[in-house]
Write a protein that binds this ligand. Structure first.
Ligand code: ZN
Length: 242
């Protein structure tokens, strides 16, 4: 996400984003603040734009569907008309659709046209837990940002590392610090890590059928995470698979 922070700071954001993942609301709030920020490095957190954004009272941040019921045709038309009225005080005007997938195809097409041909100050944030329900045209026109929760992000990073070790047949000394660190995790976190790793290994099976044996040996460890087994025991078990 560093690249995104840089683009916010340099005021080089795109005009439409699709924000998905567990933490999508927090990321969308940050983007909206960056668009209305008038400070030196958006979102600066101090200017009146940032403060109003944080309080949810900025007149140029428009929550288009606060009830999450999906916009009706006349609401979409009203939004389009509103987009042609210049921002009240910010450099941009931001439209947030918390449930982008609830827009019907007609509504999505109206917004698509607005993104493509509307005023340059109009910015759009489509949030969705199910981005695949959005029209492909909208998805292709928006940059997709994945805002994963901290736990999922950590499991994903560590799952990638663990997969690399398994695939390359890492030496025990190389993996020892990692295995020791597992003892500080709870069973839920270890379960998530094993799921990530198994998914990655399974994707590699067409090229590396030999990894199936490892997948099979990880499965009972994942299952054991449901029971009252200590993290240290689970870590030792994973060590035996490496
Ligand atoms: Zn600011």
């Amino acid at each position: 996400m560093d690249f995104l922070e840089n683009r916010m700071k340099r005021r080089q954001l795109s005009h439409a984003y699709l924000v998905v993942g567990e933490n999508r609301k927090a990321l969308a709030d940050r983007l909206a603040a960056a668009w209305v920020c008038t400070g030196p490095e958006p979102p600066c957190g101090h200017c009146s734009g940032c403060r109003k954004a944080a309080l949810g009272i900025h007149p140029d941040i428009i929550r288009a569907d606060p009830e999450g019921e999906g916009l009706k045709a006349d609401q979409v038309r009203a939004l389009r008309a509103d987009a042609y009225i210049r921002p009240n005080e910010a450099p941009n005007k931001v439209y947030v659709l918390e449930h982008g997938e609830l827009l019907n195809p007609t509504g999505q097409n109206v917004l698509l046209k607005l993104i493509e041909e509307g005023p340059a100050y109009a910015c759009f944030l489509f949030l969705s837990p199910n981005p695949e329900l959005l029209l492909p045209t909208i998805r292709s026109r928006c940059e997709t940002l994945r805002a994963e929760g901290e736990e999922t992000a950590a499991a994903s990073r560590e799952g990638e590392q663990l997969t690399q070790w398994i695939v390359s047949g890492a030496a025990p000394l190389e993996t020892l610090p990692f295995l020791l660190s597992l003892e500080k995790k709870d069973r839920q976190e270890i379960a998530l890590l094993l799921e990530e790793t198994t998914a990655r290994l399974t994707a590699l099976l067409p090229r590396r059928p030999d990894l199936l044996a490892v997948v099979d040996r990880l499965a009972p460890i994942r299952a054991a995470c449901e029971f009252n087994i200590s993290s240290g025991h689970l870590a030792g078990w994973i060590a035996a698979v490496l």
